[in-house]
Design a protein around this ligand. Structure first.
Ligand code: 6GU
Length: 224
């Protein structure tokens, strides 16, 4: 999969994909992430890409021209399955959306800033609008990093058996059960005996019970 990200702050995205699973996914050639500096398409030599909003009000709006030119340049190079705008007024992101996005070949992500982007760009180019939750971020970059990570780890071959996405919280609408490692006794706090029993069918049963109990207590909405 290839993911192109349009941003005024590409530096914010230097680190999130440079480590661990996202690093390995790129080294294996399973994922390619490219960030594009929107200011390269500024309307003048001052690097202007935003302007005051019509009708008045605080906050700058990213202009049509730089975005349209950047988007069309990329669209001239390949066909995008989705053009995704990261915005607090978008559809709330979840594992199901991540699963669906992971089946695509080329994704374009657009990060907003300030008061957002001109509505005409959303009307003409954007195919999906996504929010990562009900709180406000300063820009779409951290949300873009969340999408890339959650999608990237679902690509076939990225995870091995040990890190398999199939055992993740949410993949089956259940939260993950508690996990333990050595020592078996930490200052008098003991690991549940069943996990030391070697009885793997029983252990599996216990984990399923714990996952269900945790989900009932913490996220009953997931069971509806
Ligand atoms: Cl995608 N962008 C911004 N700026 N804030 C957010 C968000 C996105 N999702 C939640 N809050």
């Amino acid at each position: 999969m290839r993911i192109d990200i349009i941003t005024v702050l590409p530096e914010l995205l230097d680190s999130p994909f440079a480590h661990s699973i996202m690093k390995r996914a790129q080294e294996k050639g399973l994922l390619e992430v490219r960030c594009h500096q929107l200011r390269d398409f500024a309307i003048n030599k001052h690097g202007q890409i935003d302007d005051y909003q019509y009708g008045g009000g605080a906050g700058m709006v990213i202009m049509c021209e730089p975005l349209a030119n950047q988007i069309e340049k990329l669209q001239g190079e390949r066909t995008y399955d989705e053009v995704i705008f990261l915005t607090p007024d978008g559809e709330t992101y979840n594992q199901g959306i991540a699963n669906a996005f992971s089946l695509n070949k080329n994704l374009m992500l657009i990060c907003g800033h300030y008061k957002g982007i001109d509505q005409r760009i959303r009307d003409k180019y954007v195919t999906k609008e996504i929010s990562i939750g009900d709180y406000v971020l300063s820009g779409g970059e951290l949300a873009a990093a969340v999408l890339v990570d959650s999608i990237g780890r679902l690509l076939p071959g990225v995870l091995n058996d040990e890190t398999s996405a199939l055992t993740d919280s949410f993949q089956d609408n259940l939260l993950a059960p508690p996990v333990y490692t050595r020592p078996a006794d930490f200052n008098g706090m003991e690991v549940p005996e069943i996990l030391l029993s070697g009885n793997f069918p029983k252990i599996e049963e216990w984990r399923n019970e714990q996952a269900l109990q945790r989900t009932k207590e913490r996220r009953p909405d997931l069971l509806e």
